[in-house]
Design a protein around this ligand. Sequence first.
Ligand code: DQQ
Length: 562
Amino acid sequence: MIMPTMCLLILFSVIYGSVATHHFSRNLQTLSSDSNDQPYRTAYHFQPPKNWINDPNGPMRYGGLYHLFYQYNPKGAVWGNIVWGHSVSKDLVNWTTLDPAIFPSQPSDINGCWSGSTTLLPGNKPAILYTGIDSMKNEVQNLAKPKNLSDPFLREWDKFPQNPVMQPTSDNKIVPDSFRDPTTAWLGQDGHWRVLVGSRRRTRGMALLYRSKDFVNWVQAKHPFYSTKDSGMWECPDFFPVLKNGQLGVETSVNGDDVRHVLKASLKGHDDYIIGNYNTAKDVFVPDKGFDEFVLRFDYGKYYASKSFFDDGKKRRVLLGWVDESSSEADDIKKGWSGIIAIPRAIWLHRSGKQLVQWPVMEIEKLRANPVSLPPQVLKGGQLLQINGVTATQADVEISFEVSKLIEAEVLENWTDPQILCSQKGSSIKSELGPFGLLVFASEGLEEFTSVFFRIFKYQNKNLVLLCSDQSRSSLNKDNGLTTYGAFVDVEPLHEQLSLRTLTDHSVLESFGGEGRACITARVYPTLAINDKAQLYAFNNGTADVNITRLNVWSMKKAQIN
Ligand code: DQQ
């Protein structure tokens, strides 16, 4: 409950001033569950019992279960010895960890089993295509199929004895250390399979196209499927259709007048995408005008190597991404683990057709408990409003703002990168309209806090909404990454409220601005604002008042993970 008497009106100025063996010893014993020993371990974000993880691999729904594979080091909390870890879930929230599904055993993967995807072949038969690091340390693509299709857990996988099925040769111009991460395959008009593999030629990043009649013999297309200059190696490409209208997802082979296509690549530390049309007859992807380079990003914070799949149960497309740590390697070794998977997101095309929308899967709402709601109210310039009655380190916060006086918004003379703008202004520099938003993971004396907030600018006579996630004050331990992130949100504050949803989970916050039109994920490692010591506030450090039109907060229950 938020007690009005606790609603503090304080002058806000005081606050601011990248090799494995088959024989590893598995040990699924969990780490100490004492939250004092492990204040950064997440309660409802996926992570295995211990050790290092990175990219999600081959997510799919099979036998009524969601299967998540992931790059996993069975031997420690740093990258290395990479196998495909494997966990299953009935609801994308609670997870059970199984034995690794794919691990080095053939000359074609003896130095590592890197990222890849699953494809459901006719008859609902899953097949994995993954990158193997072969005995020459070259990157090659391998095929594996389940040993026993009647096992819904798909515990055991048989590798195709003639692996690899795609490899660099002396005449195919493939750079042997830049040929990896096959996508989910799709069927073309001719009934043949297509798959993309990430690559580069010098600094030109690209997705190579392969075709096959039988999923075993793959032939490289004459030209790359798509490429952009100076984007460097494309890791973990993804290619999928989205409906022009509505939030439902479609199976990866669907094409036609009702759909557009999305091409995503992981490059330079983020996941960027292009929307366009896929001409099946010509096998070419034609981006929308003015969007032939990567200008759109899934997440403007820490979010990489994501992969989507079509969930035939709920008829939606679900996106999973890796959220790396921002702590030092020594700290990761000390805590015994590194890397989490962001909350699975449903994704669809925004009605404008100009971008995707992402929203945490609805199942996560099962974890909501102890709702706290605040009546609509004015948040005055300089006001800090404490929100009591929630477990601030483990919460789901939804807040919406309405602004008037748009005429007085700060004028932005020159276009500036949103991350730079957020870093320069932080949450301390006042403008008329902003910063206003949330303070999460805040310590009692505000020695530590993380702020997620909006600022509104006038740029070329239009309103421009900036969303920032500022970690610069998140921890007194300066060994941690304290980067500030920013994104512009395509909302028009004249006609729409500014909505923000932030999920907090001990060392991660995922923020969704403009109903999922701009997402920012960040890692934080507070030293004071941990467990029940953390506080939550709404704040307005702008000079003009803003209206809070909605404020609903839930404490989140712990998910059953492992
Ligand atoms: N991680 C994998 C690669 C991929 C990279 C290796 C992306 O297959 O390109 O662990 O994070």
